[in-house]
Design a protein around this ligand. Structure first.
Ligand code: HEC
Ligand code: HEC
Length: 288
């Protein structure tokens, strides 16, 4: 087998992690130094690592993208995710369901009522006896309060709404509760993050904690934070949730992925949010 050439490597059973990594030398080791400024607002793309997280420093995934991809996120007119945000904004004011209400009927202008909300999710729900993701919270409002149908996790309505709600927190630091009733969910997420799975027998940490900065096939490995979700992926040609990304990463290591919205992915989402605490919410971000 040829070594070192980009594109000469393939995913496959039995390949050691070392052979997946390309150009592990210093040239690729660092995130780039570009500043993320959107509409005059500077976002925090590097921060001190929270206690208990074994990283020298936190870096947003944006810092590992090429300048061309980065630029798409610095200008809302260029950002391809804004079409979905507009759809979310329209849904916000649209009456749906037997109760004859829209989100706006109860929450008023999202710019005020939804400010800061994204930064604190997943969030404990006494009613559910488990954490709410933004998706399940929105669906609870739809089914229980609007008497409307729940939206599917990865539907364009849900992605448009989570992007629109998320945008109201853009620039605010991620900060989730990890104590109290959230403690066991956080612990579960941490366990999943460090457990090796799949035919390649790898954990999230093997790539995103131990090898970020290196090239894996043609991709620059980031720390795998979720502060930009839902993200617009050029590869997907649209928005996707963090759970879709988790699923893709698990499939790449030939593991059987958990389902979107499963307790496992909710726990992982909580743990990942806590690992990225202090980075700005970037929703909706753009990735390759
Ligand atoms: C009939 C009134 C009503 C409607 C309509 C409604 N909501 Fe809510 N929503 C609430 C209430 C009340 C809460 C607070 C629930 C709680 O804290 O337990 C809430 C909470 C939320 C939260 C969590 C806020 C936070 O601080 O964590 C989000 C997000 C949300 N709603 C989004 C929506 C969206 C999106 C829609 C439309 C699809 C919608 N809601 C429609 C009443 C409503
Ligand atoms: C074999 C290496 C590998 C493993 C193992 C892996 N990933 Fe990834 N992951 C990638 C690559 C490559 C990308 C795309 C480049 C990047 O953003 O790091 C990515 C991207 C991501 C992103 C998007 C980051 C952003 O800024 O948009 C998240 C979130 C993520 N991974 C989470 C996970 C989770 C959770 C696990 C464990 C279940 C995991 N990954 C396991 C290789 C891996």
């Amino acid at each position: 087998m040829k070594c070192g050439g980009k594109g000469s490597l393939r995913w496959g059973a039995g390949l050691a992690l070392a052979s997946l990594l390309v150009g592990a030398g210093a040239a690729y080791g660092e995130p780039n130094d570009n500043k993320l400024v959107i509409d005059g607002q500077t976002l925090t793309t590097e921060a001190a690592a929270p206690e208990g997280v074994e990283l020298d420093k936190l870096y947003s995934g944006w810092r590992f993208r090429s300048p061309e991809t980065q630029e798409l996120q610095t200008d809302d007119f260029e950002n391809p995710a804004m079409v979905a945000v507009d759809q979310g904004a329209e849904l916000w004011g649209t009456v749906d369901g037997s109760a004859g209400k829209s989100c706006m009927s109860c929450h008023g202008e999202a710019e005020a009522s939804m400010k800061g909300v994204r930064a604190g999710y997943p969030k404990w729900s006494d009613k559910r006896g488990k954490p709410h993701t933004l998706e399940t919270q929105i669906n609870e409002c739809r089914t229980d309060r609007m008497e409307a149908d729940a939206w599917k996790w990865e539907s364009s309505n849900m992605l448009g709404m989570t992007a629109f709600v998320g945008l109201q927190s853009r620039g605010m630091p991620v900060k989730v509760q990890t104590d109290g009733p959230m403690a066991q969910w956080h612990a579960k997420g941490k366990e999943l993050y460090f457990t090796r799975v799949g035919q390649l027998n790898m954990s999230c940490a093997n790539c995103h904690q131990e090898n970020y900065g290196k090239m894996i096939r043609a991709d620059h490995l980031s720390q795998g934070h979720i502060n930009g979700f839902p993200v617009y992926r050029l590869k997907w040609g649209g928005l996707g949730s963090s759970h879709r990304r988790f699923k893709g990463c698990m499939e790449n290591i030939r593991a059987t992925p958990f389902k979107r919205g499963s307790d496992e992915f909710v726990a992982l989402e909580l743990y990942l949010a806590s690992r990225g605490a202090g980075l700005s919410v970037e929703t909706p971000s753009v990735r390759n």
